[in-house]
Design a protein around this ligand. Structure first.
Ligand code: PLP
Length: 388
């Protein structure tokens, strides 16, 4: 296992802002919304010598194979409200919202993606009856491109990295096209802030499931990081009211822009090519608006190699959770931390500790999943029961 584990040198006390209280009610009006499952996985707890390992499985969310629709849907809605200058008249479901917005057509959404965010934006555009243009980096596998096209979007492959695709997508902004990016840059901060807010629903659901089942709150939370937007939502949740939950961020070794930036003391670009199989994490630069939260709020930064992610996919399949390459990163990062000399300072009393892993993605490339795990995602049977 090739891993790089560092304590975040920029960590400082933080009291994070609370997200908009309207968000859960917004998501509840999305089609096929229901909270995703939280699993208690005793096999993993035994293996790592901790009291409990909880896995929040974002492997299927509103019919899509990742959590990203939570941010994309809320950010799209808020960007449309800003564009209109008012909230659409009250609506009960997405069809009513689409009817309320029909006068905008022809209208378009655009973004760059390394897979999941773009598919989620395309899904939103389809539901609202809008066009959609998605920009992807060179080398994205056909299965992920096809998944975006299946939502009716036009997909353009940019001859460059994810960061270059982001720059290209930004050029699409016009009076009839909203750019719904999950990363931010100077002058483009409002929509990515809404994306972060939208992710808060995951953590609200986790709290609800923990409260309903009488489990302890986690002592350690492990979250994968690309540009750090999802981690910013995690920091917002676990850095309120003096919460001291240990937060661990996981990245691929050759796209560890958060770890490199923390070491440098400022936002730093990790040049490409970024060729990890954890494609959702192949980002060279942290998001500008995520950075203040991530840099001050995360405790441990862990970079892992692809073999660690592959092993994590196999281990999760073993307990009945189908996780794609990016989705398995939280378990890979946790395993790397548990095997590192830093482990003894990361958790004061492991045997009493509850660890929460956020598995952010299902099998987005079924062929590669089958090669890595040795059987197809549809053959993985659940051997654990959900907490809620
Ligand atoms: C499945 C998955 N997990 C985690 C992430 C990381 O999210 P962020 O880029 O907000 O750090 C991504 C980003 O695309 C993703 O697709």
């Amino acid at each position: 296992m090739n891993a790089l584990v560092t304590a975040n040198p920029l960590r400082e006390p933080l009291d994070a802002p609370r997200p908009d209280p309207a968000i859960p009610a917004f998501h509840a009006r999305m089609p096929a919304y229901s909270p995703t499952l939280l699993f208690d996985v005793p096999d993993l707890a035994r293996r790592f010598g901790v009291r409990r390992v909880l896995v929040k499985a974002e492997t299927r969310r509103m019919g899509l194979p990742s959590f990203k629709i939570l941010g994309a849907s809320w950010a799209t809605y808020r960007a449309i409200c800003d564009h209109l200058g008012y909230e659409p008249v009250p609506w009960r479901n997405i069809n009513e919202l689409a009817a309320n917005l029909a006068h905008l057509r022809p209208f378009k959404l655009a973004t760059a993606t390394d897979g999941n965010h773009g598919r989620a934006v395309a899904f939103m555009a389809r539901l609202l009856g809008f066009g959609c243009h998605i920009f992807v980096p060179r080398g994205m596998v056909e299965a992920r491109i096809q998944a975006i096209r299946s939502e009716g979007a036009l997909v353009t492959v940019v001859d460059g990295t994810y960061d270059e695709a982001v720059a290209r997508a930004a050029e699409e902004a016009s009076p009839t096209c909203l750019v719904i990016s999950d990363t931010s840059w100077p002058g483009y901060e409002e929509t990515p802030a809404r994306v972060i807010e939208g992710y808060s629903t995951i953590f609200t659901e986790i709290d609800d499931a923990i409260d309903a089942s009488g489990l302890d709150r986690p002592d350690m939370v492990v979250i994968p990081m690309g540009v750090g937007a999802f981690m910013a939502a995690g920091v917002e949740h676990y850095r309120q009211d003096g919460d001291t939950t240990t937060i661990v961020g996981v990245e691929p070794v050759d796209a560890n822009c958060v770890q490199a930036s923390a070491t440098a003391g400022q936002i730093t670009n990790v040049p490409g090519p970024h060729e990890s199989i954890m494609v959702g994490l192949n980002c060279g630069t942290p998001s500008l608006i995520a950075w203040p939260l991530v840099s001050a709020g995360v405790d441990w930064l862990v970079s892992i190699d692809d073999e660690t992610a592959r092993q994590a996919m196999r281990d999760l399949a073993e307990v009945g959770i189908v996780a794609g390459e990016t989705g398995a990163a939280a378990l890979g990062g946790f395993a790397a931390l548990a095997g590192d000399p830093a482990w003894t300072s990361a958790l004061a009393d492991p045997e009493a500790a509850t660890v929460l892993l956020v598995v952010t993605e299902g099998a987005t490339d079924p062929r590669s999943y089958t090669e890595i795990v040795g059987r197809g995602p549809e053959t993985v049977g659940r051997v654990i029961t959900a907490v809620s």
